[in-house]
Ligand binder design. Structure first.
Ligand SMILES: Nc1ncnc2c1ncn2[C@@H]1O[C@H](COP(=O)(O)OP(=O)(O)O)[C@@H](O)[C@H]1O
Ligand SMILES: [Mg+2]
Length: 254
């Protein structure tokens, strides 16, 4: 399996706090990898350095074989790596479709943002962007509410919308930071099915989540962090039975 994402010896310090140390793992083509660990173990910092929101202190990040650790965040999106945030970051006055179109904007170079209002459009580009938007709405089940205002939909629908916005950039891999936060059981089921559909489209997923049933069901592989270091990696079954993981993390959630 070809690797979409390779993380090699990644470290990140904040002053004296070493949030991640010497972290290495890969995400293969069309693979879902779960990233779990106790609060403060470095999961969000990992996603932030991969996405380019934070600069690495040392180490390498490769996307489809090319180094990206010094590439700015927006260019990483253009190269095919995009993410959602732990908290909602949406435009309440936009329609769902307009919000998703913002995600697609990141992949075109002409007249960003303005073009969704009809300025500076390029014929071929326009169709490609529209089909990315419709695809993302379809994949996330948001087509029936595409004309609703973002501020009026449920918080779970807003979380799905964040995923749709990320998908509209036509990514090779998406990074999801606690996508199930605040969701109830049937919403988590919808999310689980959604992540599998994304994977089946050949888009890789790195997902941080505290909800163990969800992570165990969607992940092909799981990486476990504790105090910024990888303490285990394996299939959901291997992780569930790993002594170090039970001691550091699963014990407290079981
Ligand atoms: N911007 C920051 N400045 C200083 N310390 C930070 C910052 N972000 C995270 N940290 C620290 O890095 C460690 C890992 O945090 P984080 O990646 O948010 O953990 P997780 O997402 O696993 O809960 C924690 O000790 C946290 O306090
Ligand atoms: Mg976090």
């Amino acid at each position: 399996m070809s690797e979409v994402l390779e993380v090699k010896g990644l470290s990140k310090s904040f002053g004296g706090v070493q949030a991640i140390r010497d972290l290495s793992f890969t995400v293969g083509h069309g693979e879902v990898v779960g990233l779990i660990g106790p609060n403060g173990s470095g999961k969000s910092t990992t996603v932030n350095t991969l996405a380019g929101t934070l600069r690495v202190t040392s180490g390498e990040i490769l996307l489809a074989g090319g180094h990206i650790q010094n590439v700015p965040e927006y260019e990483r999106v253009e190269l095919g790596l995009t993410r959602t945030f732990q908290t909602a970051s949406l435009f309440a006055d936009f329609t769902v479709r307009e919000q998703v179109a913002l995600g697609a904007e990141s992949t075109r170079r002409s007249a960003p943002v303005l073009s969704i209002f009809g300025f500076g459009r390029h014929a071929g580009e326009d169709e490609a962007v529209q089909s990315q938007v419709e695809d993302a709405l379809e994949l996330t089940g948001l087509l029936p509410i595409a004309e609703k205002q973002v501020g009026t939909i449920s918080s779970a629908e807003q979380r799905f919308l964040m995923i749709a916005t990320a998908l509209a950039s036509n990514p090779k891999i998406i990074l999801l930071d606690e996508p199930a936060a605040g969701m109830i059981s049937h919403e988590r089921k919808t999310l689980t099915d959604m992540i599998k559909r994304v994977r089946d489209r050949g888009i890789s997923v790195l997902v941080i989540e505290h909800h163990m049933a969800l992570i165990m069901e969607v992940s092909d592989r799981i990486v476990v962090l504790n105090f910024g270091q990888k303490i285990a990696e394996g299939t959901p079954l291997e992780i569930r039975e790993n002594k170090a993981v039970i001691d550091a993390y699963l014990g407290e959630t079981a």
